[in-house]
Ligand binder design. Sequence first.
Ligand code: IPM
Ligand code: MG
Length: 356
Amino acid sequence: MKIAVLGGDGIGPEVTAQAVKVLRALASRGLSFELTECLVGGAAYDQTGHPLPAQTLAAVQRADAVLFGAEGGFQYETLPRGLRPGDALLTLRKALDLFANYRPVVAFRELAGASSFKREVVEGLDLLIVRELTSDLYFGEPRGIVTENGRRVGINTMRYTEDEIARVVRAGFEAARRRQRKLCSVDKANVLESMELWRAVTEEVARDYPDVALTHLYVDAAAMALARNPGQFDVIVTGNLFGDILSDEASMLTGSIGMLPSASVNAQGKGLYEPVHGCAPDIAGKDIANPLGSILSAAMMLRDSAGQPEAAARVEDAVRRVLADGLRTADIHEPGCTLAGTAAMGDAVVAALLDH
Ligand code: IPM
Ligand code: MG
């Protein structure tokens, strides 16, 4: 299996290095990977003048899966669009047509006290957000900042074709079938026509899934329900922008955004795996970032792109055991636990993996 490793910027390279350690540990036990490290984001811009060099795009296209870190940094925020690090990720998502973004939100029992939510609200939580990733306000045209009558106007377009809606909603139904058979579609059909279509198409697709219980929520009510009673959700399917916002909110249920993995997959099953967190420039290079989101992303890659569900479960189990042993990075640290740096956390997961 060919994996392109794109560490990127900020804490991206350090957390990705821990996930790579885990993959190498598995390789020492018989799995075989070909890892190719590529430049992306600000790091690529600094060295090549472009956040997504042609060489990186080619390597990604050759690969079976992509392990992505994070990209960005304050110093790049004023670059022209197209040259900003975040544009590389958006281009990759679009170029590979990674329309289905899976963001599992699992609250580890050991971390219930690290969440700002009450223990009884988050304990045992296990939900999945399926976010559309290649359309919506993120890519809709027209867009831009134009001048009208001497004043600036900022424009973005929320736009969805029925096929774009149908394929991601179908991914949501399929995911629900593998879980508790409950799907909640989140839209804003009361105000936005694009979302009115979302709801109509969702109802049409639902005819093929009579065994899955479908509900609908407006995004504002969904934001409230996630905070009030997240246990009611099994799978949530939603658009690109709403999914972006709701997944950050949902991450707080688990204690830290540093815990959340994600998979972005296209129709051919090729996937890009990345932690949900960003590049966190304020803590970059200090060996304090939580690598578990990246390590758990590698586990998703093993399950979804490598066809290695057992290896994936072993990695997840190793993470669970390290947490049960009381090891914590700063973001999830509580009194009585042992504080670990990024690399030490990675080493501990590798040790737990190998000793099993
Ligand atoms: C995410 C991130 C990205 C997004 C940014 C970095 C472009 O927030 O993956 O959730 O908005 O999709
Ligand atoms: Mg986001």
